[in-house]
Structure formats: C-alpha cells, structure tokens
Write a protein that binds this ligand. Structure first.
Ligand code: OOB
Length: 542
C-alpha cells in the first residue's frame, strides 16, 4: 500500500498492511471497491430531507448531518489538525459523535474510539499508545467529570495539543468551536486507515486496531445485506457507538450508509429504549447478553408498542440457550446471534436459520472470503465437533495491532492468521459454538477448571441471574476457584454448600466445584457490558 498520499503524514506508520497480492485479489473480486467512509450520507434529491439521526440533543435530516459533518471537517483543519493525526474520541451516544466521526473520515484525522466507561488510566494509555494530539470528551457524565480526566492525561502524556469538550468546556475548547465554512476536500485513499478500534480482551491494556476505509465499508455493505437493511430501517444504538458491534455490524454507520434512520439511546436499559422503539419505529437493535433477561422481564409489564422490532442482534459474550429461546416470543422479533471481534471477523446466525441453530450457535462467517481455521493445542486442524482455537484472516480482519511488533509476533501466524484466543467448535452445519477462551481457565494446582463450563452449570442449576468463575490466589493450590453469583432473590442467596451440591448433582467433576462463593448485587461490567472479570478479580484480591 502506498503512503503519504495526502498531507505529508504517513497513514501507515505502525500498521501492518495486507500483502499486495492479497489486496489485489480483494480489489479484483470487488470486495474493496473504492468506497470510502464519510462520502455519505447521500444528500440526493429526496435523500436530504429524510431523518438520519434521532439523538438526545435533537433530530437531524440527512442534509443537516451532511452539512454539520462538512462544517466540522473544515473546523478540524482550521484548528490545525491534519491527515494522519490521531485523536482520542470519548463521546456518549449523541449526534456529536456521529458528526465528528464523519468529519474525521473526510479529513483523514483518525479517531481512536474510547468507550464511555473508560477513565483516566485507559485514556492515558490510549493517548500515549497513539501519540494522540487531541482528546474529545463530554463535560460530565453522572459523577465523572471528564475535564478532570483531561487534566490528568495532559499531566501524564506529552502529545496532547487540544482538548475539545462537548458542553461546558471549563479551561478547554468547546467542541462546537470546530466549525468553519465547508471546504472542497480530496477523497481519502480507500486503503488508508480511517480509525482505530480497541481490542476487547478483558485482560491487559487494550491494543489499537487499525481499520481502513476499504475493509470497513466492505463490512458495512455485507452486514447490511445480511440483515436486509434498507432505507426503511430504523437502528437503535443502545450499546456504545464506539464499539464495533453498534458502530458497524451494520450498526450506526451501516444503517446510515443504507439510507436508514439511526436512533441513539443514552442508555441500554429497557426504560430508556422501549419508549424510543415505540416512538421512532425501531426495526433493528443490538444488545450484549446481560441486558437480554432485563429486556425480556421489562417486556412483560411495559405497555410500549414494540411491534416494529424486526431483529434483535445479541453478541459480545455467550448467550445462554434458555434466554435465546425466549426472545422471539417475548419481543416479537427474530433473534440473531453475533460472534464478532473488533479485530475483524464477524459471524452471524442468518435471519432464516432454523430455531435450533439460532438458539444454540453463534453463527458462521459473514463473508465467503473469511478464512477460518479451528486449531487444536498441538497445532493440527480440529475436525467437526472438536474444540480448538479459532484462527482467521480475511478482507476486514487486521494483519497486526498498531505499533505492537512484539505482540503481533505471538498473536498472528506467519501466514497472517489472527489467533483469536477463542475456543470454538464447528457444528456439522458449519456454525460456530464459542465454548470459552484459551486463558479463561482456573489452574487449580494443575487441574484446569474451564470457567465458562462451570458458569453454564451455575446458571442452569441455581436461581441466579449471572455467574462468573474466576481464579483467586491460594497458598496451597496456586489458584482456587471462586464462583461469583447474583441471586434472583436477594433475600435468599445460595450458600457454598448448596452450590457444590447442585453442581455435584449435575455430574460435575469434584475438582470443578467452586472452593469459594461470593454473592453480589450485580456484576461489574466492561464498557460495553460484558462481565468484567478483571475488576472482579482485583476487587476480591484486595
Ligand atoms: C465483540 O467484540 P470485542 O472485540 O469486544 O470482543 C471480542 C471477543 C471475541 O473474541 C469473543 O471472545 C467474545 O468477545 N465474543 C463472544 C461472542 N461475541 C464476541 N463470545 C461468545 N459468544 C458471542 N456471540 O464483542 C463484538 C464485535 C462485533 C460484533 C459483536 C461482538
């Protein structure tokens, strides 16, 4: 891939390109077709007056969104930002985030998408890992003052020249100041990096994932096609838009690209989202598994009209089959399981798959060009039904993390496959079941206790709504197994002896029975809503 096409700054420094013969094949097959992010929304004859965004701060037509993006793009350039500059963007689900993203895509300024839940430790890491020149944040959200974060990050890093604040800027620059008369801008090179996502691993600091215009527009087109999304669709972004799931599967960008309407929810809870569904006629939305039982419960008593909902996508972590089975009846829509990763590869159950596939599997790859292998511990290819680690490469899967040569040497094979760390098996029908993570194992004095397996038994055997199994340091065994549960009835939590008896009754090996039980009101969650085992561990070890 060529560098320094515009602005004089290399777009590919620190990135690992696809090998040229592979890139050529993707071009020739029309997978990378010259499409770039931000060239839409289309402001065509009737396109302009349609509703593009329904956001907490107001509603924007396509025309208004296009104009706002053009003015913000000019504002970025006037503020001295230039092609290839990284900026850490941490904005909640509101119009600013979409407008700024489009403006960045048009100017070649590269957003590094932080999650709303990130705090000064993560933002500091992201700024220094990317040498970001700007941090964009809201003034405050609940009890968090992001201007305090900005101050700390500035003290600890050297590269930040700007802090742009949505709302009351305090000592910084208002985000609204990024505004100038629109300029004629050269189109970006489709194979340039457009933005960075964060690796979703719940252990270790996040790594930066470069996504190009070509790879991401391909993802947007294909996911929109798979979900049959068109101009009449209304997508509800309940999860943070900064996460790949809500951003582009097809999510906010894919639905805008298809000419539909995007509704940005300030929170993913049923009390916030149900009235939005009813008011705006939402047809498609996505959730992480811990939210699903809450939506199902709420649907029982809520009187909001949810009949417009066509598809509920659930992904990010394992959805238990009992809950999966209840979705269509309780919400009156099709369930689609999504097994994806910010690094690229996306798997989906299809809208017309049989119920058993939708309930029990996490689907199959989006694209025929996705190359996927299931590899046993000894490095050989696993057969159907056998568990192994998923390796993948393809037209929208990265070839290396940003500026991470050492890490890349272990996370990628020599022929460019990304080692996902996920343990999967393939059904005879070709669908994946995600059975765990390679290192999500408690090593109990040599006995390996697969956390997810025990969690599934806990959920099935006990009156609990959430379960997490973690290893805690133990003087005798190295690690002991700790089961953390949220009881359905807080007044009657189970005791350790109940848990052990229930699991033993299910035929579980003695060494897999938890040594310790912790009863919680609720689980700590990561920014996107997965159970945050790292925090759980840190809290319990302290
Ligand atoms: C999504 O992306 P990330 O980057 O936050 O996390 C990726 C990891 C996967 O490697 C896998 O371990 C886990 O999250 N995961 C699932 C899953 N979907 C993701 N585990 C079990 N079942 C599933 N359905 O989480 C993500 C990105 C795009 C779309 C959907 C999810």
């Amino acid at each position: 891939m060529a560098t320094e096409r515009r602005g004089g700054s290399s777009m590919h420094e620190g990135c690992v390109p696809w090998p040229e013969p592979v890139a050529r094949a993707y071009r020739e097959q029309g997978l990378w077709n010259g499409d770039v992010l931000g060239s839409w929304p289309p402001a065509g004859p009737d396109g302009g007056s349609r509703t593009a965004l329904v956001a907490p701060s107001g509603t924007l037509t396509y025309e208004a969104l296009d104009r706002a993006a053009a003015r913000t793009a000019a504002g970025l350039l006037r503020a001295g930002l230039t092609t290839g500059d990284r900026i850490v963007v941490q904005l909640p689900n509101d119009a600013d985030l979409v407008v700024l993203s489009l403006a960045c895509f048009r100017t070649g300024v590269l957003p590094v998408y932080a999650l709303p839940a990130h705090r000064s430790a993560e933002i500091t890491h992201l700024v220094s890992a990317s040498d970001a020149v700007a941090y964009v944040c809201p003034d405050r959200v609940l009890d968090c003052d992001h201007r305090d974060i900005a101050r700390e990050v500035r003290e600890r890093t050297g590269s930040l020249r700007h802090v742009f604040v949505a709302g009351d800027p305090g000592p910084y620059t208002p985000l609204a100041a990024l505004d100038a008369e629109p300029l004629e801008l050269p189109a970006p090179d489709p194979e340039d990096v457009a933005f960075f996502l964060l690796s979703g691993g719940t252990s270790g600091p996040p790594k930066l994932i470069p996504r190009t215009h070509a790879d991401y527009t391909y993802q947007l087109r294909e996911t929109a096609r798979l979900c049959a999304v068109g101009p009449d669709d209304v997508y509800l972004a309940a999860l943070p838009t900064a996460h790949n799931f809500a951003l582009g599967c097809p999510g906010v960008l894919g639905v805008l690209r298809a000419g539909g309407t995007v509704v940005l929810a300030p929170a993913p809870t049923a009390d916030v989202c149900f009235p939005l569904v009813a008011r705006t006629g939402v047809t498609l939305t996505s959730l992480v598994p811990p939210l699903v039982p809450l939506w199902l419960d709420a649907a029982e008593w809520a009187d909001d009209d949810l009949s417009s909902l066509r598809v509920l996508q659930v992904g990010g972590a394992r959805l238990d089959p009992q809950t999966a089975r209840e979705v269509p009846k309780a919400l009156g829509c099709t369930l689609q399981q999504v097994y994806g990763m910010a690094e690229g590869l996306l798997n989906f159950t299809r809208l017309d798959d049989p119920e058993e596939v939708v309930v029990h599997t996490q689907g199959r790859p989006l694209s025929p060009a996705d190359e996927v292998r299931v590899i046993r511990e000894d490095g050989t290819e696993a057969g159907p039904g056998e568990t192994g680690e998923l390796f993948t490469r393809g037209p929208y899967t990265l070839r290396g993390y940003y500026r991470a040569e050492e890490r890349n040497a272990t996370r990628f094979t020599e022929d460019g496959y990304y080692r996902s760390g996920d343990l999967v098996r393939r059904t005879p029908g070709g669908d994946f079941e995600v059975v765990g993570r390679i290192n999500d194992v408690v090593n109990r004095g040599g006995e390996k206790v697969p956390a997810q397996e025990v969690e599934e038994h806990l959920l099935a055997a006990l009156p609990v709504t959430a379960a997490a199994v973690i290893g805690l340091p133990d003087p005798l065994m190295g690690e002991r197994t700790c089961a953390c549960v949220v009881p359905r009835d807080p007044a009657h939590p189970p005791a350790l002896s109940d848990v052990q008896a229930a699991l033993r009754a299910r035929g579980l090996a003695g060494y897999k029975l938890p040594d310790q039980l912790v009863v919680l009101d609720r689980m700590p969650l990561t920014g996107v809503g997965k159970i945050d085992k790292r925090t759980l561990k840190a809290d319990l070890e302290a």
